[in-house]
Design a protein around this ligand. Structure first.
Ligand SMILES: Cc1cc2nc3c(=O)[nH]c(=O)nc-3n(C[C@H](O)[C@H](O)[C@H](O)COP(=O)(O)OP(=O)(O)OC[C@H]3O[C@@H](n4cnc5c(N)ncnc54)[C@H](O)[C@@H]3O)c2cc1C
Length: 234
């Protein structure tokens, strides 16, 4: 089990109406792979411990960033009240939702807050200019729920091998998106070469399982081409 590390809040960034990123200063060298997660404990209270993906990339310098959808829970409320220089306890790194750099083409399927580790991996690929071809299909209820839109727009501008396709439950005038949900037709349309790609799925467990079934059963992808991360708790 990784050791407890005392971390200080360095910066808080509002990402959308109910999502905030928290940047931590940990006082020791960073040691994680893009896509991994950490635990955050508030007030030294085990009931106030949550697992959260690291949304920053190891290429981004001296801080660790996590990004939380703020609910009505005690944890969310207390987190939202933290000030710069306040202390939290973290443990890290955990998890195997990491890049297989031997795959020249990959695809991400994500919904809502499930974008966090995908933002980390994408930023890593772009900053390192790895030449890996990426398609992200990102599903949300509406445009206001999209997280890291500016970030992905900026990355796609710098790195032409990154394509982002938005799927929204409702029509949004002036915004290019597919209306509905991610299904096999959307995947075939947005990723015609899907058979050549390794897929990374992240989001609430129900969504991840639905995506996995589509890939494995409708599109006949072998299990070794599907990597998943379940956000237990949603
Ligand atoms: C690997 C991993 C990565 C995650 N990354 C992120 C992230 O980047 N951003 C983010 O916002 N969330 C992430 N989550 C989810 C996060 O850990 C919380 O569960 C979620 O944010 C809800 O917490 P809350 O305090 O807001 O609400 P709560 O009220 O605590 O949770 C809502 C409901 O989920 C239940 N619940 C809470 N935790 C768990 C659990 N571990 N297992 C089963 N049920 C649970 C509660 O009983 C409640 O009914 C991740 C989870 C995992 C496992």
């Amino acid at each position: 089990m990784p050791a407890d590390i005392k971390a200080k809040i360095k910066e808080v960034i509002q990402r959308n109406y109910n999502v905030k990123s928290f940047r931590l200063e940990i006082g020791v060298a960073l040691d994680f792979k893009a896509g991994q997660f950490l635990s955050v404990t508030l007030n030294n209270d085990p009931k106030l411990k949550r697992y959260l993906s690291i949304s920053s990339s190891p290429t981004e310098g001296s801080y660790l960033e996590f990004t939380k959808k703020l609910t009505q829970s005690d944890f969310s409320r207390m987190l939202d009240n933290l000030k710069i220089q306040d202390e939290v306890v973290i443990q890290y790194p955990f998890g195997k939702f990491v890049l297989d750099a031997s795959a020249p083409k990959i695809a991400f399927l994500s919904g809502g807050i499930g974008i966090t580790p995908i933002r980390s991996i994408s930023k890593y690929v772009v900053d390192k200019n790895l030449g890996i071809d990426i398609v992200l299909i990102y599903s949300n209820r509406s445009l206001r729920d999209v997280v890291f839109k500016d970030d992905f727009d900026a990355m796609a501008k710098h790195y032409p091998l990154l394509k982002v396709a938005h799927v929204l439950s409702e029509t949004e005038v002036g915004f290019k998106s597919t209306v509905g949900h991610i299904n096999s037709e959307v995947i075939k349309n947005e990723i015609p070469d899907y058979q050549q790609r390794k897929f990374y799925l992240c989001g609430p467990p129900q969504m991840v399982e639905a995506m996995r079934k589509i890939l494995a059963e409708d599109l006949n992808l072998p299990v070794e081409k599907i990597v998943t991360e379940n956000f237990q708790g949603y």
